[in-house]
Design a protein around this ligand. Structure first.
Ligand code: BJ8
Length: 425
């Protein structure tokens, strides 16, 4: 198996030496952050297995698909409508990276004052250490924040990139623009795959992705219980894996995990005492293996009950409205659904603080931690408004700005412990 992988990585032009270093670094981190947890649901065994072979089995499936003439479409943002990719018999994979490992590689090209998510993702391409990017036929970017937008221009020098224009406002004119972008994306995918997207196929793809969203909603709803039946770290991992696993299998595994959690809830079995402080995290997405904040919070005696982020509720809270088998209506329903995402790249974006207040109440959160990656100006700016709004509601807030390195871990732990102390009083 290991030899199979090496042959596959070689064919994908992976830098094997750097790649070995990357995988060797991941093992101990996963051991410390995940495998040391007590009382985990048995269903997490699947996710441990996935991470244990993170660049193996799934990449092999993508390669098989490609050998049979299929295409792989890589994305960096939850705005890219994956339904259109599935409907053309292509496979979408999320490429965002969450490791410090590839950041120095990216800094040889990108400005240092770029957020870690962009640098880490770009470094994966530059360093040839990510088989998912190597296995993809098209990368789809988007005009969200400036850092990503400009990175895509450079990335295009290495691999074909198509950029969707995400508007910055949610006016009627912006919605029309976005609808046009969804139609144009359909053409791009049809051209890439050679497959015409028909209403029947698109209907099936809408259902496929909606089913996964419903499974994630179910998982998150279970976290509303006290005591909470699954750790924030484990729920985050399950969400992160959804970005690149097969959607049908992912839905099955999520539902199996939820069946187990239902039983835990029935007997009041939790991963933390019922009195443990409950934290909602709101802000920038967290790509694998960015588990830093969750680990500090949960190893300080609290539990993360919800993430208002694109590796959280923004990924799955809205479904595409099922329509009749009419292509125009389906495309409109897709465009409408994606415009509901409350990314900080929009102005104004008052729906996001509203959402955080709603979620804090629904999940019985004792406090909110606003998380933004250093140099992410959109989320950093929104932290101010969020603070005012939460103050009005009497919900404690801690603002954290960090990157992927561990340099500030001690300082973060001190601040988080003080915040939890204040909540406990
Ligand atoms: S819809 S949050 S996935 S853009 S953290 S790269 S914003 S500087 S990731 Fe995002 Fe789509 Fe929005 Fe969601 Fe830029 Fe900020 Fe970095 Fe970010």
């Amino acid at each position: 198996m290991a030899n199979d992988n090496i042959q596959m990585w070689t064919e994908l032009n992976i830098d094997l030496k750097s790649h070995d270093m990357l995988l060797n670094a991941l093992g101990p981190i996963f051991q410390e952050v995940y495998l040391s947890q007590k009382n985990r649901p048995a269903g997490m065994g699947f996710y441990d297995f996935v991470v244990g072979d993170i660049h193996g089995i799934r990449v092999k499936e993508l390669r098989e698909h490609a050998k049979n003439g299929g295409k792989v479409v890589a994305t960096y943002c939850v705005f890219v409508p994956e339904e259109l990719v599935w409907a053309a018999d292509a496979i979408p994979v999320g490429l965002c990276a969450g490791t410090q490992f590839s950041v120095p590689m990216a800094e040889e090209v990108l400005p240092r004052n770029t957020c870690a998510l962009i640098k880490s993702s770009f470094g994966f391409k530059l360093g040839r250490v990510c088989p998912y990017v190597q296995a993809s036929h098209l990368i789809v970017g988007e005009t969200t924040c400036d850092g990503k937008k400009k990175m895509f221009e450079i990335l295009n020098q290495y691999q074909p990139v198509y950029v969707m224009e995400v508007p910055n406002k949610k006016t009627e004119r912006s919605r029309q623009l976005w609808h046009g972008e969804v139609l144009a994306f359909k053409d791009v995918i049809e051209k890439l795959t050679g497959n015409k997207i028909a209403a029947k196929k698109l209907g099936e793809a809408i259902d496929l992705v909606n089913q996964r969203r419903l499974a994630l909603q179910r998982l998150y709803n279970l976290r509303k219980n006290r005591p909470v039946p699954i750790s924030g770290k484990d729920a985050l991992l399950a969400t992160q894996v959804s970005f690149y696993d097969d959607a049908k299998r992912d839905t099955q595994m999520l539902n199996a995990l939820c069946d187990e959690l239902d039983k835990r809830v029935a007997i009041h079995q939790g991963v933390a005492p019922a009195k443990a402080p409950r934290i909602l995290i709101s802000g920038s997405p967290m790509a694998i293996p960015n588990w830093k904040l969750h680990h500090i919070i949960e190893s300080s005696g609290a539990v993360v009950v919800c993430e208002e982020s694109c590796t959280g509720t923004r990924f799955f809270s809205d479904l595409v409205k099922p329509t009749q088998q009419n292509l125009d209506e389906q495309l409109k329903a897709i465009a409408d659904r994606y415009m509901n995402i409350h990314c900080a790249c929009f102005t104004p974006n008052d729906e996001r603080p509203d959402d955080v207040v709603r979620l804090a109440k629904e999940y019985q959160a004792d406090g909110v931690i606003h998380y933004n990656l250093q140099f992410c100006h959109t989320y950093a700016n929104e932290a101010h408004k969020m603070g005012k709004r939460l103050e009005k509601e009497g919900i404690p807030l801690l603002r954290i700005e960090t990157d992927y390195s561990d340099e500030d871990a001690g300082q973060l732990r001190t601040r988080i412990e003080a915040f939890l102390e204040m909540i406990r009083k």
